[in-house]
Design a protein around this ligand. Structure first.
Ligand code: GTP
Ligand code: MG
Length: 329
């Protein structure tokens, strides 16, 4: 039986789902090898994400940029949800044959809208079958003007409805990572980073309350993990166009600033920490059978993952909001 585990992105259009996936890819190989782990993308995955990486780097070409005319293009699925690829990464150790296949799913953000029946059904299915969910957050929309554009951009109401359907009854534990993107402006010091966490707790309160309900509180781990996907581009201003649509403008921190992403490997560290804990707990959760087969009986591998997972940040905007027990190794 193949050892596969699924992880899905979640978020509205343009919040940064594909960017997060791309910046994780960019950092995976480097960081995992430091921990004596190998995380290899398959050929299609590498080709597609390399292309997105080149697009993402264009964000640093101009000093001032209005979003959407630079960077990654919106994800399309012309042939419907089933035509969307999985992004495949094989996690291994010491070039051993034994590996765990991580399947990441991404899709057009329009799928979370209430009028997209097929898209929503697809996202709900992903939420049920995935061990972990990465909720991408458009941070300038969350933070600027007291969150005036948060609803319009991040659609927290639709996110809540999707979780309410998919997580009504949970048989196995889940990891939910709230990942603020385009957050360079808001994590430059500890005080601003703590303000960012507080805003997430306030503006996603209904979702967090749903996760804390007794029937599921012990089965969901919730983490905040701000990822600086470009590193050198910060928020400049927001202007309101026709139809009351906000347009966000960004600028580079200096003319010659280069593409310098930060912390995208933290998403992998928290994910592996959670999977390792599921293995250690050794409960008969079918979703985690692949993890059991992967770790058993390889003590060295377990140690390598433990080492890697110990690198999880808990400051600078990183925090475990719920389910510490599901992450303590
Ligand atoms: N300013 C700024 N823009 C960014 C950053 N990261 C990504 N972007 C841009 O934000 C836009 C949206 O990012 P995407 O990753 O395409 O968003 P998405 O959630 O995949 O959007 P859909 O595919 O349409 O659902 C793109 O144009 C990115 O290039 C960042 O750190 N700063
Ligand atoms: Mg996309």
């Amino acid at each position: 039986m193949s050892k596969e585990l699924k992880i899905t992105m979640l978020g509205a259009s343009g919040v940064g789902k594909t960017t997060l996936l791309t910046s994780m890819y960019e950092q995976f190989e480097a960081t995992s090898s430091q921990a004596n782990l190998q995380l290899k993308p398959d050929i299609e995955t590498a080709a597609t994400l390399e292309r997105y990486l080149a697009q993402l780097k264009t964000l640093t070409y101009e000093f001032k940029a209005e979003e959407r005319n630079k960077g990654i293009r919106g994800t399309l699925a012309t042939a419907g949800p089933e035509s969307l690829p999985s992004y495949i990464f094989d996690l291994g150790h010491n070039d051993q044959k034994q590996f765990l296949r991580l399947l990441f799913r991404d899709y057009p953000g329009g799928y979370i809208l209430h009028n997209d029946i097929a898209g929503r059904r697809f996202v709900q299915k992903l939420l049920r079958e995935c061990a972990a969910v990465i909720v991408a957050i458009d941070t300038p929309a969350l933070m600027e003007l007291n969150g005036r554009w948060h609803e319009v951009r991040n659609k927290p109401g639709e996110i809540l409805k999707l979780f309410k359907t998919a997580y009504q009854t949970l048989d196995e534990p889940k990891l939910v990572i709230f990942a603020p993107v385009k957050c360079e402006t808001y994590v430059q010091d500890e005080a601003s980073a703590n303000k960012l966490i507080k805003c997430i707790q306030e503006r996603y309160a209904p979702v967090l309350e749903f996760f804390q309900e007794p029937i599921r509180a012990d089965k969901i781990a919730v983490v905040t993990a701000p990822v600086q996907t470009v590193g050198c581009v910060v928020f400049l201003k927001v202007e309101v166009e026709n139809l009351n649509q906000p347009r966000f403008y960004f600028r580079k921190i200096s003319f010659d600033a280069k593409y310098s992403p930060k912390d995208s490997e933290q998403l992998l560290r928290y994910l592996l920490r959670f999977l390792l804990k599921m293995y250690i707990q050794d409960r008969s959760w079918p979703l985690f059978n692949p993890v059991r087969q992967f770790f058993k009986p390889d003590a060295e591998l377990k140690q390598a993952v433990e080492q890697f997972a110990k690198g999880c940040k808990t400051r600078g905007g990183f925090a475990v909001l719920q389910g510490q027990r599901l992450l303590s190794i």
